[in-house]
Design a protein around this ligand. Sequence first.
Ligand code: CA
Length: 418
Amino acid sequence: MTTSATDMPSTWLGLSEDHPFGLQTLPYGVFDAGSGRRVGVRIGECVLDLAAACARSRRIDAGLFARGSLDELLAAGPDTWAAVRGEVRTWLSDTNYRTALEPLLVPLEDVTMCLPFTVGDYVDFYASEHHATNLGRMFRPDQEPLTPNWKHLPIGYHGRSGTVVVSGEPVWRPRGQSRRPDGEIVVGPSTRLDIEVELGFVVGAPSPRGRAVPLDAFEQHVFGVCLVNDWSARDIQAWEYVPLGPFLGKSFATSLSPWIVPLEALQAARVRPPVRDPRPAAYLDDAATPSWGIDIDFKVALNGHVVSHPPFASMYWTGAQMLAHMTVNGSSLRTGDLFASGTVSGPGRDQRGSFIELSWGGTEPLILPDGTTRTFLEDGDEVVISATAPGPDGTMIGFGEVRGRIVSEPATAEGEAP
Ligand code: CA
């Protein structure tokens, strides 16, 4: 195989070679075109209805897509994932299928995207050295920015899966308890509402309790990735997080992009992660194995203005290391478990993946092109995180976007706000 763009089979949809949702990407999602939830795969600016396509082709078990969720496909495991992806590529590149499949392509503008799978446990890591260093400097200015454990293990905590929502869902400004600079304890709406730009890893095949998942089994268990905005209330977080870590400052909302990009689509984007010093424990040491650094370029836009370009290639710990660490104690995996990378921040000021970093704790407001300034998010603000990665043969992998708008406090129909 050479690496010219012409080696990539083309689709009868006639997409340009630089389209981020050509045959090289083929992410899965769940859409509703007005008659209920259906599983689809994105090609160009359309979604192919997979249950309907399987019913016509009969080479893939249509039962995988019968329930309007990715749950069955996720659970089916890597052999099935590869078989389905191969079949879909054949369908969309072989003109013999065109007549049968063309009526099953639904324009994206005619669908609403849904949360694509039943989210199991949600774990949030803290794998960017630049982000952890920046936060350490701000939260603990009198200490070393990185805690003594940081370069020995990927730090994480268990989040709240019940508040994981799909892109486009509104995000209500959370209420909570915080401590003002003068020491007064107050209860009220967060005044330091922030984003966290992250990559989410979606677990497909489960693992039994009592068995660690080694680095080289990452692709046997993780189906694919999506974009994550892990909304964070910094004032609530700063007051509550010692000693047990994040709690209500994080649990009110986590937004996912609707398209799950299979790991198989990211093979050409794999890069060596940064050198780890000190060398990690054997179960985390990927120096001698193909590692899972990924060259993904994120873009963050606030109210239409691009404010940052966080680079995922700069992450210290990989998804494979996160999975190995998460299971080294014998913890099991369930289909639909989600773990996120932690905020992606690069070394540059315009590569930071949160507003607390971009505004340096609120002391250096961003000036937007329209002349307004921001430290943290205001009601009505809309944040859109998007990303791309290199694909095979000079193509580009698209991830789509995760979008969310801040709305003022929710109604308190079930009782007075505290
Ligand atoms: Ca986070």
